[in-house]
Design a protein around this ligand. Structure first.
Ligand code: FES
Length: 278
């Protein structure tokens, strides 16, 4: 037996990095995912570090919501989250000087944990950034496959990250409610609609989560035993509909949260004028 040939041709595929017998342009999805994740998570990271131009009355960027602390330093942080939104007032003296005074480093981190441990995003960034593998039937990076063991066991915390995401969602809806009022007067602006779409998409993403679907019905043995289980079945079916479109909502909500922040930043800077009824 020729051992060299056997090791270079496992299961009908060449044993070289990125080798495949596929003839379709499989790499387009790989490249698009890598570029998309880099651009949108890159933008969000930069904005969280900035912490300024997060407020254009009555719109608060979702990247700092809900703010635990805020800053009154309008020179370094113009239009930061307003004091009336900050739960505990201004940043305390013990806040490390090398960390920007951005509320995005507090509660919004829960959203990062939720996305980073999401079943869909795991597949996306394992493929896009670690090429393990980059696509179905494509030879991946020469890494020893050990599954989600050792450090990657942390991914099992996703079910708990869900609770953090649900907590955040309540406040994102609350902020949309506030975005209908300016100086105590009811009205509506383009920013209100942008924020509303944002929270609808994030809700669609959150309630299509595999852990949520398990929590509200998937763990049940019987869907017709009593009125409670029948209700659970109805909710579970709605969650299933969202779950089947989880990747779509993952991307739409990611793009739109970046757009929402971008729109509020432009209004905050005075680059564009928000059309509204106030
Ligand atoms: S599986 Fe994607 S958010 Fe839970």
């Amino acid at each position: 037996m020729n051992t060299a040939t056997a090791s270079a041709d496992i299961g009908g595929h060449k044993d070289d990095f990125l080798a495949t017998t596929r003839s379709d342009p499989w790499w387009k999805g790989w490249a698009a995912t890598a570029i998309g994740l880099t651009v949108f998570f890159g933008y969000l990271t930069v904005r969280v570090f900035q912490g300024y131009y997060m407020w254009a009355d009555p719109y608060l960027s979702p990247l700092v919501a809900p703010p635990l602390f805020t800053t009154l330093d309008s020179v370094n942080y113009p239009n930061a989250a307003p004091l009336k939104h900050a739960w505990l007032g201004t940043f305390p003296a013990w806040w490390p000087r090398f960390v920007p005074q951005s509320p995005g480093f507090m509660f919004p981190v829960l959203a990062i944990m939720f996305r980073m441990t999401c079943y869909y995003y795991r597949k996306a960034y394992y493929r896009a950034f670690f090429a393990t593998p980059p696509g179905c039937a494509v030879r991946g990076a020469p890494l020893k496959y050990r599954g989600e063991t050792a450090l990657l066991l942390v991914q099992n915390l996703h079910r708990y990250a869900l609770y953090g995401a649900l907590f955040l969602l309540v406040f994102l809806w609350y902020d949309v409610g506030l975005a209908f009022f300016k100086n105590g007067r009811f009205g509506i602006g383009v920013g209100t609609l942008v924020m509303l779409i944002n929270v609808v998409l994030i809700s669609g993403y959150t309630f299509g989560c595999h852990s949520w679907r398990h929590l509200i019905g998937g763990r049940k043995d019987c869907f017709s035993c009593d009125s409670g289980s029948k209700t659970a079945h109805k909710v579970w079916k709605k969650s299933t509909w969202l779950n089947q479109r989880h990747m779509l909502f993952a991307w739409l909500s990611l793009v739109w949260v970046a757009f929402t922040d971008f729109y509020i930043m432009l209004c905050s800077k005075g680059v564009i004028k928000d059309l509204n009824t106030w």
